[in-house]
Design a binder for this molecule. Structure first.
Ligand code: IPD
Ligand code: CA
Ligand code: CA
Length: 259
């Protein structure tokens, strides 16, 4: 395993410990609303500090982009961090959330770790070297079409999101499938696509820290990712469609039919 993945796992585990320790005292937490229905708690902030402390100790010159504290300038290596993806779930005791850490070198994704502290699952990848769940190699599903597929999505909930352009995509993508899940942690949804637990996933309006690690996991697990218009701008636009090549193509065709 690459030394940077080891550091990312160490950082994710120490954030996970903060999250687990706090999960039985949710009532006592300090919570702020960043925008309507978009929350941040002292746990998000503490978990982020743990991650940054671990990474900066090993790599003091690296840059960091972290959800809660923003950009920390450094050299061409940049860590992209979501310390707690699925805060709303966490604050409700709904046990589906994760820690997401990606490393980019000169803008290109090199390493990824998504950690589910409740299930002790570590999804990891290094560019060109495949993706793992704990120590087992993972691949995207081999399903040939959307018939019987299980899909994941993120249903818009913030005021700045366009529900009207999303809802038709939900309608066309449900048809013929085994159903659609809205689990509440985009990083984990993407990791589930990489592991073949979900056949495909789409969401609009994600931020880089929600997606960066999950996207590399999928690439390394043999999956395809694109923006909803088919382009490769998904990391900057935040709009993503993904699955194996056949599922991705069929999802894209159906999404485009909504326009
Ligand atoms: C959120 C989760 C959610 C997605 C939202 C994200 P947060 O991240 O990934 O699944 O639908 O767009 O903001 O705020 O819990 O880190
Ligand atoms: Ca997030
Ligand atoms: Ca977060």
């Amino acid at each position: 395993m690459h030394p940077m993945v080891n550091i990312a796992i160490r950082a994710a585990r120490s954030a996970g410990n903060v999250i687990k320790r706090s999960s039985d005292r949710i009532d006592t937490l300090n919570i702020t609303e960043k925008s309507k229905n978009d929350f941040v708690s002292e746990v998000d902030q503490q978990a982020e500090r743990e991650i940054i402390r671990t990474i900066s100790k090993a790599y003091p010159d690296h840059s960091i982009l972290a959800e809660e504290s923003g950009a920390h300038q450094g050299n061409d290596y940049q860590w992209v961090i979501d310390p707690l993806d699925g805060t709303t779930n966490f604050l409700r005791g709904f046990p589906q959330y994760s820690v997401s850490i990606a490393m980019k070198y000169r803008g290109k994704l090199e390493h990824a770790v998504v950690y589910d502290p409740m299930r002790e699952e570590i999804f990891s990848a290094t560019r060109g070297q495949g993706a793992q769940l704990n120590d087992r190699r993972i691949r995207v599903s081999s399903r040939k079409d959307l018939d019987g597929a299980l899909l994941g999505t993120g249903i818009p909930f913030r005021d700045d999101q366009d529900l009207d352009s999303y809802l038709p995509t939900l309608k066309v993508l449900i048809q013929g499938t085994a159903g659609v899940r809205r689990a509440g942690s985009a990083a984990l949804d993407l990791a589930y696509v990489a592991a073949g637990r979900l056949d495909g996933f789409w969401e609009y309006g994600l931020r880089e820290w929600d997606m960066a690690a999950g996207c590399l996991l999928i690439q390394e697990a043999g999956g395809i990712l694109s923006d909803t218009d088919g382009s490769s701008n998904y990391l900057s636009s935040g709009n993503v469609v993904t699955g194996n090549d056949k599922i991705h193509q069929e999802m894209l065709t159906r999404i485009k039919s909504c326009k």
